[in-house]
Design a protein around this ligand. Sequence first.
Ligand code: CA
Length: 365
Amino acid sequence: MKRRDFLGRAGLGAAVGAAACSPSPVPGARVPSRGKKIRWRLASSFPRALDTIFGCAEVFAERLKAMTDGQFELRVHPAGELVPGLQVMDAVQQGTAQVGHTCSYYYTGKNPALAFDTCVPFGLTARQQTAWLMEAGGLQLIHGLFADFGILTFPGGNTGTQMGGWFKNDINSAADLKGLKMRIPGMGGKVMSRLGASVQVIAGGEIYPALERGAIDATEWVGPYDDEKLGFYKVAKNYYYPGWWEPGPSLSFYVNRKAWDSLPKSYQAAFEQAAFASGLTMQNRYDVLNPPALRRLLSKGVELRPFPQDLMDAAKRESQAMLEEEASKDKAYAKIYNHWKSYRTEAFEWFGKAELAYAKAAFGD
Ligand code: CA
């Protein structure tokens, strides 16, 4: 029986769907016995309090369950419950959790090119990143990287362009970054360091006290909705934009390759569709929740400021130089970088016309 028939009949009820026919097995793979539920663990890199990002994994689990008539269930664990937030990749590789929801740029210590699965400074917007991954061949290249770790990945949400963050003092030129103590991880931190800042990496829960006692002068996080929860506006009033280091960071669902191969093909299809749909839900939620959050912050006396032009120019120059340097050192990195760069050039040419002209005319400053 064709899979479409299976899915159609499955809609009539689990008993009918399961009894009518079994989905086609993957050659050589173990297929769950009829009526037996699949129960997997999902390790998230995020705390439950971040309902947008953490919530994406919950939406994913709900959709997957609904699409399989309740037969495929995921238990979603917040950061720290099963493993610490930054060990999700190891947990999926080892099978401690079959599934993970995380950001690949947390793991650039394992392979610097993993950053392209999430975002890089002066890279792609959310739409462009999704297009590159899903339709331009980006995801196949990313899968090549993850094959070394026995993991398969699927895009799983995007925050959209992030904010530049919270600064105790005004930033009037690139020179004001010299010696500035800023919490900013990853490649953005590397670029800030090249611009003279003293970069620190601090976990989410420890940023506020560090900012309050003056251990740091500035911090970035995500955007108005998430930043408001962490309360940075109480100790740093200047809210700068844009977060040029995270123009459209894509999150990822990881799945252990052996576990994946044991799934019926229809469950694999459901997994893929649930990942895509929950990712869109996350992005939509941010686009609904950030505007009123920004209004609330402004009503509390927050000063909204664009980064000065000379800082943006210097940051762009250093970002591009850094990517070129990485590519010159590593052939595998260069392969992905060149593919990505070629798409970025084309996308920027096109988005720089219709989208940018409309944005400036309709909602620009
Ligand atoms: Ca950030």
